[in-house]
Design a protein around this ligand. Sequence first.
Ligand SMILES: [Zn+2]
Ligand SMILES: [Zn+2]
Length: 367
Amino acid sequence: MKEKISAVVMPAPGRPLEMRRFEAPKAKPGGAVLETIASEVCGTDVHLHHGRLSGVPFPIIPGHVNCGRVVETGGPVADAEGRPILPGAVVTFFDVFGTCGLCWHCLVAKSATRCPRRKVYGITTSADEGLLGGWSESIEILPGVQMLPLPQGIEPEDFMGGGCGLPTGFHAVERAGVALGDTVVVQGSGPVGLNAAIFAQLSGALAVYVVGAPRARLDAARTLGAADTLDISAVVDPTERVGWVRDRTGGRGADVVIEASGNPAALPEGLEMLRDAGRYVVVGQYTDAGDVLINPHRHINRRHATILGCWGYEFTHLYRALQLMARHNGRFRWRELITREYSLADAGRALEDMEKLSVVKAVLRPR
Ligand SMILES: [Zn+2]
Ligand SMILES: [Zn+2]
């Protein structure tokens, strides 16, 4: 293995990315070292660079969803099914670690994604702590971090085409309780929205409609099976957009609406798209983008609406989403969501492209 490892560091919000050299990591007992095959550049990284997330210990090495080849392990390590993970295995890993299982949130509320000790690779890990982000030639897998070997037939490109949108979209659909025959509207056509559209179909939705922009992402939504799409840059009046949904749902509105847009204004609009006694899941408001006016009578009480938030994902979502990918990759061809691949040196350009939405999925190839 190389003596020195190159990695991209985000030194602070708004500052240019830097290429830095680090000592090659050694596997700790129960941990491992990966040679990075691919790392994602996603909306979270854009938010990080703008300083829109609190509690980020800059400088950081971004890249929270990754694929790598195991170079060495610190003694025997196994996956969640007890199968040994050996050098040479191609794996991804659950980017969340440190969830304690001991605190009030973990034990009483059983809401592990709100555990205060929870940490996330590439987001809440400092570059001073080690190679804990994927925009690097190597990644250190700390003891207790769950690695998942890619299933038979799934290559790193397939998995990275899903990226963090895969378990996030899965979680949102699980939260919505999409039932056989439901009509589902997804607001937002980014990776989370597209994956939610996929998993809603796998849950037995009768039809999935995607409301978003730009055109390339809506084209992707239709390729992935959306019954129809609405381009919000062409239809700018929210009332007209609500009418578009009502036209397709017998005038009643959708059984389920999943908000994956990141725009607070999507909420009152999405609630107008929802049928009486429907279910609304908010998964797109990952950063605080501001307040919005809701009419409690019309939007919630009289509508008899169920409104649910959805924060992060747990290991179960990543695991089950990956198994479903292995089963349905021929139909959904996740890898085609990757618009462009970049070298480590081009990470800055990847961030810009992501921010302009000129790519659906951007992937870094560190080696
Ligand atoms: Zn906890
Ligand atoms: Zn991500």
